[in-house]
Each structure stands twice: as C-alpha cells, then as structure tokens.
Ligand binder design. Structure first.
Ligand code: ATP
Ligand code: MG
Length: 265
C-alpha cells in the first residue's frame, strides 16, 4: 500500500487576458496521505482543488514542488492512481462491461480473465444485470457506479475522486456514499476525494483538509475520529454535528471572503 506525499506544491496559471502575468493558485501546499486512508479536500470554488488532483494524477505539472507516490516522484499518469471525474468519463460507445474491461485490455489481460475481473467489480457496485447497457441507458447513479467499477477494476493503489457524487440527487448520493464506504473497507484503497458537501466529507472521511481562497493554503487539517463502520444514524450524534459545524464555519467564512472580494474589486 502506498503513501502519497504532497511536497511544497505551488501552481500558477497565465492570466487569460495577459499571457505575461501569472496567478498563483496553489501556494506551497504540503501534506501526506497515509496508506489506506480516506481523505476529503474542501475549499471555496476556484481555490485549486481540481488543479491539485490533476497534479497528483500526473495530468498537470506543478510550478514548484513534487508529489511522491510511495517514495517515487510522479511525472505522468499511472494506472496505480486512477481518477473518477464528476462527468463519469465513460465511453458512450461501449457497454458497461466494455467500459470496465477497457483498462484491463490495456493491461494485456486475456478475455476470460477480463470478464472474470469485470464481473467481480460489477457485482461490487451492484450493477450485475446492467452489463450490456450503454451509458445513455443508465441513470446518473448507475453511471457513477460504472465509473467506480471501471476505476477499481485496474486495481489501483490510490483512487482520486473529483466531486464524484456532485451531479446526483441527495438520495442517490447518500446510497453511493454508503457503497463507497463498503468498497473502501473491502478493498483497503487509499482514497483522496474532493467535495463541496461538508456532510459527505464528515460522514466518509478519516481526515478533512480545507483550502483557503487562492493563493490556496491549508486552513484546516483535522482527523475525523468518528467510529467505523459508519451508518447514516451517526449524523444525529452530537459529535458528528460538532465536527460538521466547525468545518462549515471555516468554509463559510472563507467563501464569504471571496464573495466580498469580488464585490469590491
Ligand atoms: N488550465 C488552466 N489555465 C488557466 N487557469 C486555470 C486552468 N485550470 C484552472 N485554472 C484556474 O485555476 C483556478 C482553480 O481552478 P480549479 O478548477 O482547480 O478550482 P476548484 O477548486 O476545483 O473549483 P470548483 O470547486 O469550482 O471545482 C481557477 O481560477 C481556474 O480558472
Ligand atoms: Mg473543481
């Protein structure tokens, strides 16, 4: 199992209206993610969460700093770290089974082995019976389950998720939260996820990290010491509510600052 180290990461982008000027988005961010843990990052819109995830995935280079995965510096995408994006990223022209098998084919596995692994993950995400459907025949929740199965099938060490349940209604979101917890507990994967939803972050996580407005710094980094396995009733407990409130207050204050700065600019 692998540890992720985010070491002094800064990222600047050129301003769209002035190529010679740069905006600093991530400002010297450092933290470590322990193997097998489930961490959520929260922060105001535009603070650089997706940017950091893309750097960890190897899709983007940092301006400064480095990311290490089990001691090895990341310098490009790698199937050891798969990403689940909000838009699911499924291939519309392939069935659910075809989507799940895709990464396995790229790994060079023979057809019978691909089928066996794909069916295992179909079952894990409760999609058995829908394997021959195309993405446009699936609900949002089913698409998200298919995307999770596809990501897990290649047996990554780390799963990176960018607002994985953001597009779903709250009922489906709650069901999938429980499913992802079950999958996490069964597989022992390291999960780094981004969300805007404080309730989801507290419910799922071992640890929550909150970013400030850009240039983003870490303004909160707390362990969530709620017992596991977690069940929906935990939301009614005062300990859950206290953690929720403390995270929400910090996030709200930060989001208001950015709203205020836009008003006076
Ligand atoms: N390729 C790029 N070129 C220029 N600017 C970029 C690029 N990618 C992101 N940005 C800028 O960097 C900032 C952070 O973007 P990012 O998508 O990481 O934010 P975020 O925290 O994920 O926001 P949200 O919560 O809305 O998804 C934004 O101001 C965005 O416009
Ligand atoms: Mg984002």
């Amino acid at each position: 199992m692998q540890k992720i180290e985010i070491i002094n990461i800064s990222k600047s982008f050129h301003k769209t209206n002035n190529e010679s000027q740069e905006s600093l988005i991530l400002d010297d961010i450092s933290f470590e993610i322990q193997p097998g843990s489930l961490v959520n990052i929260l922060g105001p819109s535009g603070c650089g969460k997706t940017t950091l995830l893309n750097i960890i995935a190897g899709f983007l280079n940092p301006t400064k700093g480095e990311i290490r995965f089990d001691g090895e510096v990341i310098n490009g995408p790698n199937p050891k770290r798969t990403v689940i994006f909000q838009e699911y990223g499924l291939f519309d022209w392939k069935t659910v089974l075809g989507n799940i098998e895709f990464g396995l084919k790229a790994k060079g596995l023979p057809k019978n082995k691909r089928k066996e692994i794909a069916h295992h993950y179909l079952d894990l995400v409760h999609l058995t019976g829908s394997e021959n459907k195309y993405p446009n025949e699936l609900s949002g929740g089913m698409k998200q389950r298919a995307a999770i199965a596809r990501a897990l099938a290649v047996e990554p060490e780390g799963l990176l998720m960018d607002e994985p349940f953001g597009a779903l209604d709250s009922q489906t979101r709650n069901i999938l939260q429980d499913e992802i917890l079950e999958i996490w507990q069964t597989t022992g994967k390291t999960i780094l996820s981004i969300t805007h939803n404080v309730d989801e972050a507290v419910y799922l996580s071992d640890r929550i990290i909150v970013f400030s407005n850009p240039p983003a710094k870490i303004i909160l980094d707390i362990n969530i010491n709620l017992p596991r396995p977690r069940f929906p009733e935990i939301r009614l407990e005062s300990k859950f509510k206290d953690i929720y409130d403390s995270v929400w207050q910090i996030l709200r204050k930060e989001a208001l600052k950015s709203k205020f700065s836009k008003t006076i600019r």
